[in-house]
Every structure is written in structure tokens, then in C-alpha cells.
Design a protein around this ligand. Structure first.
Ligand code: ARG
Length: 567
């Protein structure tokens, strides 16, 4: 909407800097109250007038073609002339190609640990990271997604020990994560009474770190079988990565980091280990080398950040990782600062809260785990049952059930503010009513079916390329009822919502927008005949239907949710 124009006139009247008033404009909850409102409370002090007086003074002086300003108490309300503005809004709703920004954003996402179950934290990191990735790309940034696999560390010594003692290749191949997990659990159980296991595990890890062929071969094998299982999940979630660079990739890059820290006198000994003190930042020291000289997680993240900045040429480095790692990232970024890497301020941890399934946590240690694959399968089975009941005739039923089930999980995650805790109910998420992915998918399919019917009846439907001239003339004479007008206005907000979502790193902005559009479209469709409307009205309503379908698909696509044509 032309809030910018309204703001510009207010700036002139108030002798303000350009752009000031626009940011203060509010959108009333419905058009009956007007299309925009300007609250005058904050001006009372500097103008030494009552807000009511300010509003009525401004109302008298405000002049903008097709825009009526009226004072309502302390507010200045604006009402747009619908027939005059609608044509421009139709164009704005369509959107346009964005120019490349030339800024590179590297997004650390998913990053599960090899030989361990893909946890719910990794699921959240995957779907939030992938949504942010698509949002940045849509806004013209050069986005690079990186899967920072947890593929190195002492646990591989344990894994090799357990595999050599009790493992079987056959079982590992058939169900890599389950088998790895049971080996891991058995190792910990037996190690309680048999201390030689820990020694053996340390020995294997040492062999691994020194490049021993047998150790490396087994490690590579564990990585490969785990990855093939993860890849199956990524495919179902519709996620891929520009780079898969696990922690092991930085093995030969950490020496330089440690040398630099030492040369700059930043390393200090503490109980046999080497640390960087962060007292001035009020944080515990960052551990760099363990007492046996091996490197650890933070050391690898230092090398990783430097690689992303220097080699991948990142201007911005995002880490989509659970909130429990907040201190870790603050420490890593603080050490980078101490190393004189000013770009450390371009590093940003994007934390998110815990998610439970029906009150159950996914945890590795106790062996009480909910596997992601089971969660996805359950959602898909529920979607299939609903389709079976509502539309047994549907073609491609399996593919649609998969799209709905997975979409329900992804959307059910992304509609929440990322930082809050979520108690996820699969049953609720798969419903076709309420604030769910399937509700949005269903609304999209509904709009598409109207367009298909129009085509079948030989009505010409604008494909986004048609000459808008005729539509513009019809828009000017269309009787803009509340429902049509509200839908049109909201359709115009896509770029604002996209940028707001990027600024806050909140995919929920897009999910909420999709829900709003779906509600507004359904209301519009309930109040207005489309295919049987009079000539003139029919074209405008079909255009609104087309725009709604396009924009819903756009939003779902940003979130990583498929939009089937028919449900
Ligand atoms: N693999 C880690 C974990 O599961 C997450 C890694 C996050 N990324 C990073 N650069 N540290 O806890």
C-alpha cells in the first residue's frame, strides 16, 4: 500500500526528516476503521498540544489524491479511495524480480552428529536454517548453506571399540543409526564394570587422529552409512546443502589457529589444558587444547569461522543452533575478536528453543529416543487417513499424503517464534483446520481448483504476463467490498514481510503471513461468487484468486512446504 506516500506528506507537514512518519503508521485491524492510522500521542510533548488537537489540525492540512484523512480522537485515520488505488495495488501484489545484493551469507544449519540419532534440535536447525536460506536468496543475497557434521571427536574411539567387539556389518548397513546407538549404549553400560574399554577407546581415537589406516577406514565407513540415512531424511524434508563440511574438514586447519593464539600470547595454561581467558567479557575461559594436546569443539569452530570468512568470502555468518549452545558461540566470537578479526561482529548465533513431541523429549543417553523418521511416518500416515476419508478419489494419494504430513511437521515448527519452547502435537499439526500447514496447503489447492475450472470453462486467466490495462480499468469500476479489499491489501505486503523475517531471522513471519492470506482468501471466497460473477467482477475476482494462489505457494515454498495442486 502507499504508506510511503502518506508518510511523506506527514513528514512535510511536521517538518520531519524523510521516512520518519512512515515508520509510525499503524495498520488498523480492519478496513472499516480506515487503511492506516497515525497515532499522535508521542507528539504532544514537543508540540505542546493535546493529541486530539494535533490529529484534527493535521486532518485539516493533509492533502493527497485519493486519500481521505480524518481525526478520530488522538488518531489520524486514512482511508484510500479503493477504485483509485486498486490498480496500483494489483501491480504491487504481483511483485517483481529483486536485484542481487552481492552480499554473501553463510548459514550453518542441521549439523547432526555421525553415529547418533538425528535429534529434534537438528530437525529444528534444518527447517529453520533452510527457511532462512531461501528467504535470504529470495531477497537477493548470495546464500550458502553448510552442514557442519559432527564427524570427529573421542566418541569415534568408543564407536570403533564397540564395533570391533560386538558389531556386525550386516546390522550396521540395515539400520546404521539404530545399530550405532545400541553399540554406544552397550559401550557405556559395559564400561562401568570394565575400565579397559575406555583405555581401548582412547587408543583408537589417538590412532584415528594420527592417521592410522584401519581407524580411518572404519571412521569413513561410519560416516558414510550415517550420511546415507540422514540423506533420506533431507530428501523427505526437501533440504539440500551447498556444502557438507564436517568438523573433520578442519583437522589440518586448527594448527594455524593454535599457533596464532600462542604467538599473540592469548593462550594460558589451566589445569594442564590450554585456554583463552575471557574475564573481561565476564565469561568462563574458552578451552582450546585438552591436557593431552587434542583439540575440541570450540577450536574447530574458530578454524571454521576463519575458513568461512576467508575462503567462502562470507560477509555474514549465521549459526542456526539450539539455545543451549549460546555460551559456546559467545566464547568463540569473543576469541575471534581477541585475535583481531573485526568481522567477528558479523557472526551471529541464531538460537531456538526446545521442542517436545507430545511431552516426550528426544534424548540419546537414556536410549529412550523418538526417531525423526518415526515422527515423519506418523504424520504422513495421519494425513493419508484424512485424505482417505475426505477425498478417496484423489490421484497420487501417496505423494499428496507425504507432502501434507511432512508439510504439517515443518509448518508446525516454523509457525512458532523460534526461541520459544514447543510442545508439538502431531495430531493437531496434521489437521486441515486451525493454524496448520495443511490448512494453508488446502486453501492453496482450493484457489488452484477455481482457476482450473475457469480455464475449463474457456475463461481467460491472467498468467501474470497479460496486459494489465484491461484489469486496471475493471479494478477502477469494481465494487470493492471489505473482503476483496482486505485480501488485496494483504497481498501487497510480501516484500515487507520478507524483509521483516530476515531482519529478525524469523521464518514464523512468513508462516504467519501465509496463515493470514489463507484466512483472507477463504473469507473473500465465502463472500464472493467467482466463476458465476458478472463480467468485469469475474475478472477481478479471478485475478485475486490467482494472486492468492501464487502468494501462498511463494510463502510455503520459502518455508520448505510443498503445495499440491489438488488435495
Ligand atoms: N553437531 C553439533 C551438535 O549436534 C552442532 C554443530 C553446530 N554448528 C557449529 N558450527 N558448532 O551439537
Amino acid at each position: 500500500m502507499s504508506l510511503a506516500q502518506i508518510g511523506a506528506v506527514l513528514d512535510i507537514l511536521l517538518e520531519w526528516e524523510k521516512g520518519t512518519a512512515e515508520s509510525m503508521l499503524e495498520l488498523p485491524p480492519n478496513s472499516e476503521l480506515g487503511d492506516a492510522a497515525f497515532p499522535c500521542f508521542a507528539l504532544a510533548k514537543s508540540l505542546r498540544k493535546a493529541p486530539q488537537q494535533i490529529a484534527s489540525d493535521l486532518a485539516e492540512r493533509f492533502e493527497l489524491e485519493g486519500t481521505e484523512a480524518t481525526a478520530a480522537g488522538p488518531y489520524l485515520n486514512f482511508r484510500l479511495d479503493r477504485s483509485l488505488h486498486s490498480a496500483a495495488l494489483l501491480v504491487q501484489a504481483e511483485g517483481q524480480a529483486v536485484a542481487p545484493k552481492g552480499e554473501t551469507v553463510v548459514i550453518d544449519m542441521s549439523s547432526p552428529n555421525i553415529a547418533k540419532p538425528f535429534g529434534v534440535g537438528h530437525l529444528r536447525s534444518t527447517v529453520i536454517g533452510a527457511a532462512l536460506y531461501r528467504m535470504y536468496a529470495e531477497a537477493g543475497y548470495h546464500a550458502i548453506s553448510v552442514n557442519h557434521l559432527g564427524d570427529w571427536g573421542t566418541q569415534f574411539g568408543k564407536q570403533i571399540t564397540a564395533y570391533k567387539r560386538w558389531g556386525s556389518e550386516e546390522r550396521l548397513k540395515a539400520a546404521p543409526i539404530r545399530e550405532s546407538l545400541s553399540l554406544y549404549v552397550r559401550f557405556h553400560d559395559e564400561a562401568e564394570s570394565d575400565p579397559t574399554l575406555e583405555t581401548e577407546a582412547r587408543d583408537w581415537f589417538r590412532r584415528l587422529e594420527s592417521g592410522d589406516a584401519e581407524a580411518l577406514g572404519l571412521w569413513r565407513y561410519f560416516v558414510d552409512v550415517s550420511l546415507s540415512e540422514f540423506d533420506r531424511m533431507y530428501e523427505r524434508l526437501g533440504v539440500s546443502f551447498d556444502k557438507v563440511l564436517g568438523e573433520s574438514f578442519y583437522n589440518d586447519k586448527m594448527g594455524a589457529v593454535v599457533d596464532e593464539l600462542r604467538a599473540e600470547g592469548l593462550l594460558e595454561e589451566s589445569e594442564g589444558a590450554q585456554v583463552v581467558r575471557l574475564d573481561e567479557a565476564d565469561m568462563p575461559p574458552c578451552l582450546i587444547l585438552k591436557s593431552d594436546g587434542t583439540t575440541i569443539y570450540p577450536t574447530r569452530d574458530l578454524a571454521t569461522a576463519i575458513y568461512r570468512h576467508d575462503v567462502l568470502e562470507a560477509d555474514k555468518l549465521l549459526y542456526v543452533v539450539g539455545a543451549e549452545q549460546t555460551l559456546h558461540f559467545r566464547q568463540v566470537f569473543a576469541v575471534l575478536h581477541k585475535m583481531g578479526r573485526d568481522w567477528a561482529s558479523a557472526c551471529r548465533h541464531i538460537p531456538f528453543g526446545l521442542m517436545k513431541f507430545e511431552g516426550k523429549k528426544m534424548s540419546t543417553r537414556k536410549g529412550k529416543v523418538v526417531f525423526l523418521e518415526e515422527v515423519l511416518d506418523e504424520a504422513v500416515a495421519r494425513a493419508a487417513a484424512i485424505i482417505e476419508e475426505k477425498n478417496p478419489q484423489l490421484q497420487n494419494r501417496d505423494a499428496v499424503a507425504e507432502a501434507i504430513g511432512i508439510g504439517a511437521i515443518v509448518f508446525g515448527d516454523l509457525k512458532n517464534n523460534r526461541i520459544g519452547e514447543i510442545n508439538f502435537s502431531i495430531e493437531e499439526a496434521v489437521q486441515f483446520e486451525g493454524e496448520t500447514g495443511p490448512y494453508v496447503q488446502y486453501t492453496h489447492a482450493r484457489a488452484r481448483s477455481v482457476l482450473r475450472k475457469a480455464k475449463a470453462e474457456g475463461i481467460e486467466v491472467n498468467e501474470g504476463t497479460a496486459d494489465l490495462g484491461m484489469l486496471k480499468r475493471e479494478a477502477a469500476s469494481y465494487e470493492w467490498d471489505e473482503a476483496s479489499w482486505e485480501l488485496l491489501k494483504r497481498l501487497c505486503d510480501h516484500q515487507t514481510e520478507l524483509h521483516r523475517g530476515i531482519q529478525r531471522h524469523e521464518p514464523s513471519t512468513i508462516a504467519r503471513y501465509a496463515l493470514d492470506l489463507a484466512k483472507l482468501f477463504n473469507r473473500f471466497y465465502h463472500h464472493n461468487k467467482v466463476l458465476s460473477a458478472a463480467a468485469g467482477d469475474k475478472e477481478i475476482r479471478l485475478e485475486l484468486t490467482r494472486l492468492a494462489a501464487e502468494r501462498l505457494r511463494w510463502a510455503l515454498n520459502l518455508l520448505g512446504v510443498r503445495s499440491p495442486e489438488e488435495i
